[in-house]
Design a protein around this ligand. Structure first.
Ligand SMILES: C[S@@+](CC[C@H](N)C(=O)[O-])C[C@H]1O[C@@H](n2cnc3c(N)ncnc32)[C@H](O)[C@@H]1O
Length: 242
């Protein structure tokens, strides 16, 4: 099958930019390949390639049955009828939370420090085959390959909300269940900078910073939130500015 995706040239471009063979990007031996016209990530010990498809079951299911503006994530960012905050997602990952927030009407600027993961997001946003409904959502999403601490320190337009979902501590086995999360752990390793990121984010967000944590986890940097919203396995800590 002919590969029409723009992914391969971009992967090659990345290879040139980073001056390393595509197989040794980031920390571990990962491989970027084009599968079903999409840029995929192959990580050792994980059978299937990982890629992002905003039209796929996982993204679609959460969009349709996730609970709309009543779901804990939407409440945490302060979504109400008639108010859809402008959001920076400082830790984009596989853009799942960003997609939910954009599907509820917010404009979401995503930041991702990993060149490989940010490329996967870029590829997913640029896919030609998307239902109109999904395309309208992805048109509200943009991705920057950047360290969020640097990006936020020089940001021109302050967002209403900054959202953070740092990597769970690696001892938390529940985070290792999904293959995408295993891939992230292999590729990126444990979180090391969320304390500094939270401090910078609190100075930049106009309304609030939201930090996603596993239930029972300590506050990031021992910074006590203004309030928390609990869901089954997750806690959203809110640092409210106004
Ligand atoms: C747990 S994942 C986020 C998952 C995401 N919320 C989702 O729904 O798919 C954390 C991601 O944040 C990224 N990250 C952590 N610190 C960052 C920083 N300072 N700047 C940019 N990205 C960062 C990591 O590379 C990783 O991809």
């Amino acid at each position: 099958m002919a590969v029409t995706s723009a992914a391969l040239p971009r992967a090659k471009l990345l290879e040139t930019k980073l001056s390393v063979p595509i197989k040794v990007l980031d920390k571990s031996f990962v491989q970027l390949l084009v599968e079903e016209q999409r840029l995929s990530l192959q990580v050792p010990d994980i059978g299937k390639p990982v890629f992002i498809n905003f039209s796929s079951g996982k993204y679609d299911h959460r969009r349709k049955f996730g609970g709309g503006k009543g779901q804990p994530l939407a409440k945490a960012v302060g979504m109400k009828q008639g108010h859809t905050p402008k959001i920076i997602d400082a830790t984009a990952g596989f853009a799942r939370d960003a997609f939910v927030l954009a599907s509820l009407g917010s404009t979401v600027t995503m930041l991702e420090q990993s060149p490989v993961i940010s490329l996967l997001i870029e590829d997913a946003l640029q896919q030609e085959e998307m239902e109109d409904e999904v395309r309208h959502i992805t048109q509200r999403m943009t991705i920057h390959h950047a360290n969020a601490i640097d990006f936020l320190s020089t940001v021109q337009e302050r967002p209403d909300v900054i959202y953070m979902d740092p990597m769970y501590p690696s001892r938390d086995k529940s985070a290792l269940v999904k293959k995408e999360m295993q891939a992230l752990h292999q590729l990126i390793g444990p979180d090391t900078n969320s304390e500094e990121l939270l401090s910078v984010a609190r100075q930049v967000a106009l309304r609030r910073v939201v930090v996603k944590r596993p239930k029972g986890a300590e506050f990031v940097g021992n910074q006590k939130p203004s309030a928390s919203i609990q869901s089954k396995n997750t806690r959203y800590d809110l640092y409210v500015n106004s």
